[in-house]
Write a protein that binds this ligand. Sequence first.
Ligand code: SF4
Ligand code: SF4
Length: 441
Amino acid sequence: MKTFRGGFHVPDNKALTAEASVELMPVVTDYYVSLAQHIGKPAQPVVNVGDEVVEGQLIAQASSFVSANIHSPVCGEVVEIVKRKNAQGGVADCVHIRSNGKQDKFTLPPLTDPTPQQIVERIAEAGIVGMGGAGFPTAVKLQPKDAVDTLIINAAECEPYLNCDNRLMIERTREFLAGVRLIARAINVTNVYIGIEANKPEAYAKLLEQDGVIPDTKDALANRQDNDIVVVLLKKKYPQGAEKTLIKACVNREVPVGGLPAAVGCIVDNVGTAYAVWDAVVNGNTLHKRLMTVSGRGIKTPKNIEVAVGTLLSAIVELCGGLDDNAVKLVSGGPMMGFSLMDLDVCTTKTDSGFLALTDKEASTVLPTPCINCGRCASVCPMRLMPMYIDFYTTVGDTENAVKYGALNCFECGTCAYVCPAKRPIVQSVRLTKQKAKEKK
Ligand code: SF4
Ligand code: SF4
């Protein structure tokens, strides 16, 4: 199996929801739809308080080249536009929509046999962004300045506990693959790979049952047809799903420091994104719901759900039977790169792949102690950084030296912090240095 240098095997805890079929979350009363669910400028509202909206209707428009449209998750009335805290600890304007129980829906006209330009335009119109967590507007990503020859679909889902990509590939295999082919058409490439971690045997087998999908074996590659999609089985190791490590493992190319995948001829997209592209092109659906894993031993009934964007986490937890008494930590996203939450008064966005409630057996609540210079953090860092120095210089307020030791090249995978015996908050140090460097700039 292919992999990359560095990284660490983290217990994946995926069994909690690996076999749980996706359930559709019923409509709730209130939705708070953030205008800043993507990288780039927040969207500009095009609705006013008191307006009636239908599911799928545009409620906020992309406000610059790097921005994304936002659509209503439900039929209802715009009650207010209000500032609310988000999972990352920031504050964003949100459109508060109160459901009116109607079931009308807005869809764009379906496209048959679309041109590359039509696909990119549809992706922009439907508000599709990278659904693996980054939230980069997909239409922008598919128009790179550099020439690209390869599409890689990130099906690694290496974050422990999460299964939404896994379930999507099992339950909506054909739709997902059709989305992959549409993205390949949009960027005009035939060299397409799906990188999947070895802990998803059912999804791997389902993909290989489909026409035009082959494994990454010598024999299969020798007979590869032009439009065949190659499924690369990847070693179970964190962070296998990071763009740079995925590219290295799938096609053995190294993205330069500070560069994007397009610098080595690659575009990387997520499983959910490919499905959303299919849904927008073939059904005309705008992106206003997504698959999400709700897990951890602090949740009474862990589930995989399809949930509307803007749903309160408190409503999701209620659907899953509530929190167990021994839940000590709430996390938006996966345990490695996710964000700890103070409470459940936070709404979902297009990039939320998971919500976790962890018990004291699953979450570390130990306070950090001084670094003992063991070097474990450096040995696992996939970016070959010296995380202990970034943490040290950040702690003493020396941003310049923290940057010198590569803080800006860190993609915050958290592997170093996971292996650190002193429980140093290395990722928080990196984020602080990045923030300070940005302010200085
Ligand atoms: S320094 Fe950054 S890239 Fe390296 S292991 Fe730590 S979080 Fe990951
Ligand atoms: S793993 Fe922790 S204790 Fe060891 S060198 Fe890195 S920061 Fe220091």
